[in-house]
Design a protein around this ligand. Sequence first.
Ligand code: SF4
Length: 391
Amino acid sequence: MSTEKRLSLYLHIPFCSTRCGYCHFNTYEGLERLFEPFTAALRAEVANTAQRLAGGWTLGTIFLGGGTPTHLPLTHLASIMRSLREQFRGTDDIEITSESNPSHISEGYLAGLREAGVNRISFGAQAFDEGLLKMLDREHSAAQIGEAVRQARRAGFANLNLDLMYGLPAQTLAQWSNSLDAAIALAPEHLSLYALTIDEGTAFIKRVQKGLLPEPDPDLAADMYLLAVERLAGAGFHQYEISNWARPAPSTGSGLALLASRHNLTYWLNEPYIGLGPGAHSYFAGRRFWNLLAPQVYIEKMRRGESVVADGETIGPSLEQAETVILGLRLNEGLARDRFYRRFGVPLDEVFGATLRQCAGWGLVADDGERVCLTTRGRLLSNEVFQRLLP
Ligand code: SF4
């Protein structure tokens, strides 16, 4: 009997050429001098982690995120990929994604990424309107998004995602509609649509507080979301998660096997993953833990052979159950009662029946006896459901 256990790996590359005003990620501009020592440190963390796991785990997905992974020189990224191959076994159908930006990318770089084993590319397109891109502090133009997609296709990427943002300050429904059409015209396999959140500590919140940017209108953002649901369904995309749409895999021609992000499905199915690099989070063996944030300190600690884990928490059974339901409800297929029972040995309704019935009464949850899922209205008000499920 096979004892193979699947694991997903996230690698955080904390560098960008400039910092966008809305960004709340652990990323830094002007740290190019750290590229070399950072690459050595990340390679060391890959090796240490493989040793700690002591075999028995096979990587099903790898995700290079950030930051902008492709801001690293190709030789560095290829060297990180080599260390992964040296240290880990991967499944035959391993999905290896890299995030990238449409600016500062070349066909040569993309071809090198493919050669290094990356088989899925995700571009932060965000908008196709020059004024909105400027407001977001993005370095690319709308035309560069199309050019990046064509370069990626020529470099051999057959699985490509575009990220788009809606609910932006002063964004109109017509601008959003144009962005959707422009994205559809580029025929990506996958689309991720995110509502802008204006977080503490960002340049955007200061601009809003000073009256330099209008606050986004949540009702208009909801209209944008509903427009996307309708427009993307018409264009042959299947929504499979609150913020994610995918085309059917070519071999099936049906909506059953989608070109979904298998890496992100790991998170939504509440399965184990390990995060490496500054600030990366892991969920493994009943614990959630995360690395320290500062790249310089990360590099120094790795150099001295010290742990880079900043902190962690044990996830007890009731929190694990709640998180499994909440994450499962993010998926359009929802949460299957038998999956919950197989994982926890207790019926879903024994723990969450009253809350789910209450949410169903408000029209936020649908229940066919086998599965529970969010309704369209429930997707718009998902936090109302999720907070009631937490212990
Ligand atoms: S490119 Fe992405 S990660 Fe980098 S600063 Fe902009 S939003 Fe943040």
